[in-house]
Each structure stands twice: as structure tokens, then as C-alpha cells.
Ligand binder design. Structure first.
Ligand SMILES: Nc1ncnc2c1ncn2[C@@H]1O[C@H](COP(=O)(O)OP(=O)(O)O)[C@@H](O)[C@H]1O
Ligand code: SF4
Ligand SMILES: [Mg+2]
Length: 334
């Protein structure tokens, strides 16, 4: 695949009280130019820390290994000065809560203009023009007034549009959107997702979308990565993985996705919750404690990925064995 970003054997652990805890393990992921790819999984599975590592914003106590390539560049070894060239220019990020990324003391138009001036060789006047143009493109009304507004003078939906304007203004090759609409009401969520789709189409920006909304993912994304306890457990084209999930975790997730984002909540179809890092076993399959298919091998040995009908599955069992166990479990419950 011709990729804009390629994550290879990426692992991340946190150092706490001189101990190291693995949050992400051996993740492989690829995004093609102009493609929208989804990353899903319950809270605590390592989606955000993976995404943050792709823009060099992983927490201070994180240790990373493996590789994240962006074109010919290795991102994991960039220093702060080198990051200032990529971040906000070739790679941008939209967060769940725009207030964390906006400066409350500076007018929003000025903040976007500063981002333009930092990365493009244009005059202040030309930058203002670009900002007004991008504010129109993200569907904001009365853009001159919006330009002069402070973040607190805008609604949550408007602030998220500002974030999108800021993220797209320098025409990045890659946009990372980490649950960009979770804090908004349903109607606004749909508008923001339509906007992301429009910006992706018009500017051919590749997008990594972290979301719990299967409807949105089916509508927007070509491929999906399913993450559980730091591992990618299934990946492939959306129409295969979400329509006919193979991995036991994907099966449960697909059946219960509306509540999947709530931290600590049990999914209806999967008993238990994601273990905190400190309690995760180092050996065996990370899903063994909750899996209907688990057998003694699953608690002892780490599975390998295999390919099956256009997707990669990380499990000790074959698709036929998983199906058999799933059918047996259903029969037991009836
Ligand atoms: N700075 C940190 N120090 C220690 N553990 C952390 C830190 N940041 C996140 N974690 C832990 O790493 C795991 C993955 O977190 P995160 O990537 O935020 O998950 P997700 O986005 O999938 O909900 C979680 O168990 C979380 O508690
Ligand atoms: S390896 Fe075992 S525990 Fe893990 S998903 Fe497969 S069947 Fe379940
Ligand atoms: Mg997260």
C-alpha cells in the first residue's frame, strides 16, 4: 500500500514508580493518502496514546519503540524543533474537547492566522484572507464576527468547527481526530462528521478517526482497526470487519457499540471491563479473561495474527473454531 503514515511494531509503556506498564503492544497500522481509517475499542485500550504518538504528543512518562513513518520520515525520533515543522502543518489533530487546544485569551481568528503564519510564507493580510475562507468552508456564519470572537463566546459546536478550520488550514496530509464529536449533541455530531467528510474529499487529507459510532464509521471509513488492551485484534475493510466480525472481541463490540465508550461500563455482550495497565497479565491473550472462546492456551501463550478473507485476526482459534464456540455459547444461553 502507498501510505501516508505507517506504524510498525509500535509499543508504548508508561513508567510509574520505577515500574514499566505496557499500554500499546506491537501495533501495525497503515493509512493511505486521502483515506479515512477508523480506530475503535473500549476506553483504556490505548487508542489515544497511539494517536498522540503519531503527532509527537505522548505523555512525558511514556517510552516508545518500533516505528511510525510519515513518508520517508521516522516520527518517533523527531526532536521538538523538527516537530514544529510537521505538527499543525503536515499532520494535525482534533481533540474531543476543543477548549484544551484553544487559547482562551486570544481571538479564534488570530489563533488560526498564527498557525498559517507559522507554516506558510504569506503576508499577514493574505493569512487573514485564508482564515476567513476556511471559516466559511467549515460552515460558520458571519465569519468576520467569528474571527473577532474569543473561544468562550462560541458554542461547543462552533468551537469544534474552529478546531477543524485550524486543523485543515495548512492542508495537512494527515488528520487525527480523537473522538471529535463525543462532547456534542447528536444533531451537531452529524453536522461535524459531514464536515470532516467534505474537508477530506475536497483536500484529500488522510484521516485517522477514533470513534465509538459504528454508523459514522460505516459511512465514512474504508478500513478499521479494532484495539483491545493495547493490541490490534482485528483489522481490515469496514464492510468485512463490522458486518462479519471474526475476532471474539469484535463480535462483542459490534453487538454493543453504543455503550462502548463509557469508561468502566460493562458491554452487554462481553462480561467484565478492560483491566487497568497495572493489573494486565504479561503472558497470554489480553482478552482471555472476558472471552467466550478462552481455553488454557489463551492464558499461557500470546497469539499471532493470521489473515482471513481480507482481514488480519489476532487469536489462537481459527474462524471456524470461533464460530463453533460462539454458537455453543448462544445455545447455552437459550
Ligand atoms: N500518563 C499516563 N501514565 C500512566 N498511564 C497512562 C497515562 N496516560 C494514559 N494511561 C493509561 O494508558 C491506557 C491507554 O490510555 P488511552 O490511550 O487514553 O486509552 P483510550 O484512548 O483507548 O481510551 C489506559 O489504561 C490509561 O489509563
Ligand atoms: S486467543 Fe483465546 S482468549 Fe484471545 S480472543 Fe482468541 S479465543 Fe479469545
Ligand atoms: Mg481516548
Amino acid at each position: 500500500m502507498n501510505s501516508v503514515c505507517k506504524v510498525k511494531n509500535f509499543s508504548l509503556s508508561f513508567v510509574q514508580d520505577k515500574k514499566e506498564y505496557a499500554a500499546v503492544r506491537d501495533v501495525n497500522m497503515e493509512i493511505a493518502p486521502g483515506e479515512i481509517v477508523a480506530l475503535i475499542g473500549e476506553s483504556g485500550c490505548g487508542k489515544s496514546v497511539t494517536a498522540l504518538s503519531m503527532i509527537g504528543l505522548q505523555p512525558e512518562n511514556a517510552r516508545v519503540s518500533g516505528s511510525i513513518r510519515f513518508g520517508d520520515e521516522e516520527l518517533l525520533t523527531l526532536n521538538d524543533r523538527e516537530w514544529s515543522f510537521y505538527r499543525g502543518d503536515r499532520i494535525s489533530m482534533i481533540f474531543q474537547e476543543p477548549m484544551t487546544a484553544l487559547n482562551p485569551l486570544i481571538k479564534v481568528g488570530k489563533q488560526i492566522q498564527e498557525n498559517v503564519l507559522l507554516h506558510q510564507k504569506v503576508t499577514g493580510e493574505a493569512a487573514v484572507k485564508q482564515v476567513l475562507e476556511v471559516l466559511k468552508q467549515v460552515g460558520l456564519p458571519d465569519v468576520e464576527r467569528i474571527y473577532q470572537s474569543y473561544p468562550h463566546q462560541l458554542s461547543g459546536g462552533q468551537r469544534q468547527r474552529i478546531m477543524i478550520a485550524m486543523a485543515f488550514v495548512n492542508n495537512p496530509d494527515l488528520l487525527i481526530a480523537d473522538e471529535p464529536t463525543t462532547a456534542l449533541d447528536v444533531t451537531i455530531q452529524a453536522q461535524i462528521m459531514d464536515l470532516m467528510k467534505k474537508m477530506n474529499r475536497e483536500r484529500q487529507t488522510a484521516v485517522l478517526l477514533i470513534s465509538h459510532d459504528l454508523g459514522v464509521i460505516r459511512d465514512l471509513c474504508s478500513r478499521v482497526y479494532i484495539m483491545y488492551a493495547g493490541r490490534v485484534v482485528e483489522s481490515g475493510p469496514v464492510e468485512y470487519v463490522l458486518k462479519e466480525p471474526v475476532h471474539p472481541y469484535t463480535r462483542g463490540l459490534a453487538a454493543a457499540i453504543p455503550s462502548a465508550g463509557r469508561r468502566g461500563r460493562e458491554l452487554e455482550s462481553i462480561p467484565g471491563t478492560v483491566e487497568p495497565l497495572q493489573r494486565r497479565s504479561k503472558k497470554g491473550c489480553p482478552f482471555a479473561g472476558r472471552c467466550f472462546g478462552a481455553q488454557s492456551l489463551c492464558h499461557e501463550e500470546t497469539p499471532h495474527s493470521y489473515s482471513y478473507r481480507g482481514r488480519d485476526v489476532y487469536c489462537h482459534l481459527s474462524p471456524a473454531e470461533i464460530e463453533k464456540r460462539s454458537a455453543e455459547r448462544k445455545a447455552d444461553h437459550e
